[in-house]
Design a protein around this ligand. Sequence first.
Ligand SMILES: Cc1ncc(COP(=O)(O)O)c(C=O)c1O
Length: 411
Amino acid sequence: MSADGTPPRMMPNNIIRFSNRTGWDPSPNRLSLELDRLRAEGRTFIDLTQANPTTAELGHPDEEVLAALTDPRALKYEPDPKGQFVARQAVATVYAQRHAAVSPEDIVLTSSTSEAYSFLLRLLCNPGDRVMVPRPSYPLFDYLCDLNDVYPDRYRLYHDGRTWRTDLAYLEERFENTRALFVVNPNNPTGSSPDGAERAGLERLCAREGSAIISDEVFLDFPMDPQRRLVTMAGSKQTLTFTLGGVSKAAGLPQMKLAWIVVSGPEALKNEALRRLEIVADTYLSPSAPAQLALPSWLERGCAYREAALRRVRANRQELSRRIGESGSGVELLECDGGWYATLQLKACFDEEAFVVDLLRERQVLVHPGYFYEFEGGHHLVLSLLAPQAVFAEGVGHLVSALGGQNIKVK
Ligand SMILES: Cc1ncc(COP(=O)(O)O)c(C=O)c1O
């Protein structure tokens, strides 16, 4: 009621305006409709897309994870825009173990890798600016870019018959006016990690054009080959580089919401980036004190979980490879350097969506069609390797027999 007693003027609902950036197409795809139907009927299925470490039976040390949250220092509000020093020190130790010299002063904590992307896009881009994101890759990039008014152009990763490579020539051609280049190392879902020559090419290009690299390394601790170490881009002196990681994968604790940005590059540029980034972070101060204080313990104790997850993904990949090999079904399990995913490539092009919907409906097994990740050609399927081994083996048995059967409708 207003001061003179008349009722306040209400805006009718139909003239409320929403931002263009949230005008996403709400129509569900056929796979999500089928999933809704199964769930509504109370039916269960084998989820070969499961990538949630907290439900994957990896033997988390639950009591220690919780005990780390009870540090009494959390009772006092002593915000630091970059994050608590002890937490940044623990992150620096992780990079020392990864053979990269990183100072705690060059680290900024965020509540998630997604938030880190947002901070960086706010730091680097004006509305309408262009960034380059890999294809195929992580499907969240479009949303992260939309929400920050940035245009996500694509650069190609191509399969050279053995592994996925960056199409540097394509990037060279289209790179002008690019504010930032996204690298996912190792990539989700191809599992590919750029080799030394690719990294050098990307750094040269970005340094030349005055662009920054954003290297998402949430899966860096998960090399597929036990003899191999995946190489971080943190510590680069050549070009401004932001390296992302977080407890979501490194400690298997996505619910704890803590991640980090490591800033590296030529000294003056790095310092200017840190100065500005600190103000962005100070505006939100988003990571909670208990989580920050728990980080040293989570990262240290995360070792056992990481080993368990690595054993799991390697064993599941071996099982998948064996079953695919035995089936002689014309399906190839593509090589990968690391991460939690496996990509299957079929020789013939087929209707990926019809196949995954049929697989779910008829055999109660869920996998993802390659187009979710923008694989070209319509002949890929993507699986997570994180499910418990017995569940994974059962699901793969159904998948392989569906692939070998009549269910593939060649376009
Ligand atoms: C490549 C990649 N980056 C980032 C994330 C999300 O990380 P966070 O939970 O820290 O936002 C994921 C989640 O699967 C991912 O696949």
